[in-house]
Design a protein around this ligand. Sequence first.
Ligand code: NAP
Ligand code: ZN
Ligand code: ZN
Length: 346
Amino acid sequence: MKISAFATRSPRSPLAPFSVERREPGPLDVLIENLFCGVCHSDIHQARDEWGGSIFPMVPGHEIVGKVIAVGDNVSKWKIGDVVGVGVIVDSCRVCPPCMSGEEVYCQKGPSYTYNSHEQDGKTPTFGGYSTHVTVNQDYVLRIPQGMQAERAAPLMCAGITTYSPLRHWTVREAQSVAIVGLGGLGHLGLKFAKAMGAEVTVLSHSPSKQGDSERLGADDFVVTSSPEAFRANHERFDFILDTVSAKHDYDSYLGLLKMDGTMALVGIPVPGSIRPQSLIDRRRSLVGSSAGGIRETQEMLDFSAKHGIGADVEKIPIQKVNEAFERTLRSDVKYRFVIDISSLK
Ligand code: NAP
Ligand code: ZN
Ligand code: ZN
């Protein structure tokens, strides 16, 4: 079936109206009418081919919330009318060790990402949520808890799970001192999750204007990172640092803020930088990285969010403003996630 979307045709083209062919739901597929889709900084990196290997034309979008409008004959998990989410992956091999243990995003064959990727056949391109509908296998669809606002839930599908997963994996807990680097889409949710897990949370930001918001969002402290003095004053202060920064920055300075045996987890994906081995060696520190979590953990994160009243702070936009939203995101001028109202595309 032909559906409406916004796509970019090259790393330098703006997003513009486009038509996508979606498959009719197979026996195990659900057809989802998209309601909202978040604008992740990864959409910008990939639309501009900053990571290399981008596939064009590209329909970005992997923070989808929508309504099930049709189900295949053998679908057991979903029914028409369910409000559901789709995140960064739409399929994986299902048989490798990570898939078998519910960590599908780390699939050894390579998951089928929601866009800029291929279905498991290795050749059919995937197109994301800047579109009116998606067809997805039932196992890669998430339940949006009742009572959660759809537009505030959409960013949980990537920004939410990408911050929740490392906080859980490295067991952030009460009485720990945690820093979130970068108060953007990922950072503001990382802050909310780390607080809900009981940690004392400091935001490290290069934007002094975000101090008030940082406090409103629950941070215990706010440090502006533009002066070397900030790094001296907070030397060896944190047990855990979650680095969500999208632009190149000096990892060594941030590693110096970790206590002995502390861990810094990278989730932001700027152009590659370097580190000095001594930044780790001198205090037996760990530098780790983390992707969005698997399907089971994504559902756990949504349920945790419902329990703790966590959702994204969003600015709703019609899809016609998405190019402007990309530019504003690049200027760190977003509070704290743009979410496309897909009704503007119909
Ligand atoms: P975002 O909303 O643009 O937030 C990034 C934040 O980084 C900005 O708000 C800003 O915070 C800080 N920042 C930007 N430029 C900076 C600079 N030059 N120096 C220091 N800080 C700077 O982006 P996002 O959607 O949260 O995504 C963040 C990164 O995570 C992106 O690289 C994205 O691709 C990546 N990501 C990774 C995964 C994964 O699987 N690991 C998943 C999703 C996204 P302040 O103004 O507070 O400094
Ligand atoms: Zn994302
Ligand atoms: Zn696999």
